[in-house]
Design a protein around this ligand. Structure first.
Ligand code: SF4
Length: 236
């Protein structure tokens, strides 16, 4: 059997193993507080990391703390996050999210998610305006070490090209499909996420993937069905 026609779960585990060998296997450590992760991830949608950081720092400089951000005039908050895409949408979503947290918990703090079962925590987070599966899974994995898998644009693209998910699968559906094939261990899932993210940024880039440098060639559908046969479809 050709490696690229392996059963999809086997291929997923092989992808994980090959990328573990290629990239550094990381420990899972929270890089920022849960509230910082939540608001930063909301700001990061379609925005570079530098512009997201600039917006995050600006709102705390201008409004002092989360209470200040929540009570600021919405147009002033939109102006403070203007370095991000869609500031006019993000500002009211952030304020509404802060209000919902305050109303339900009595304070603007989401540390309680640590003690909540994973399904319940996912449901709680995805009710907040502007919080989708990607934001919720990033927060639960990075900050609370829950066994979930964030699927961003890089993880999604590489998974589709290799053939871990079908061409018609949406990013939202990919979260569960990929998770079901992987060990339910937060450190493993964190490394799978980070490695596919790096691989998508550096090698399996959107416009012109560097297949000649890629360790996944032998199992990759796109490489075996398109590149190796010379039927190149740039920027698939
Ligand atoms: S072989 Fe090419 S298309 Fe496949 S994962 Fe590697 S870089 Fe991406």
């Amino acid at each position: 059997m050709d490696a690229h026609t392996l059963p999809v779960q086997q291929k997923t585990l092989q992808t994980h193993e090959l990328l573990n060998q290629t990239y550094q296997v990381l420990e899972l450590r929270s890089r920022r507080s849960p509230m910082q992760e939540l608001i930063s991830t909301m700001l990061s949608h379609r925005t570079t990391h530098a512009d997201e950081v600039k917006a995050y720092n600006t709102i705390l400089e201008r409004f002092g703390d989360w209470e200040g951000v929540m009570n600021a005039p919405v147009e002033e908050l939109a102006d403070a996050v203007v370095t991000t895409r869609y500031p006019g949408q993000k500002a009211p979503q952030i304020q509404q999210t802060l209000r919902m947290i305050k109303e339900e918990r009595g304070e603007i703090n989401i540390d309680f998610l640590q003690d909540m079962p994973v399904e319940e925590a996912m449901a709680w987070l995805t009710r907040l305006p502007g919080v989708g599966l990607k934001t919720a899974t990033l927060l639960l994995l990075f900050n609370f070490k829950k066994p979930v898998l964030p699927v961003d644009t890089h993880v999604f693209r590489v998974s589709q090209r290799v053939g871990l998910i079908g061409a018609k699968v949406t990013a939202d559906k990919a979260h569960k499909l990929l998770l079901d094939m992987l060990p339910k261990d937060a450190v493993e899932l964190f490394n799978f996420h980070k490695h596919l993210f790096w691989h998508g940024q550096r090698i399996c880039t959107w416009y012109s993937p560097k297949c000649e440098q890629c360790v996944l060639q032998s199992i990759c559908n796109y490489y075996q069905d398109v590149r190796a046969k010379g039927i190149d479809q740039e920027g698939m």
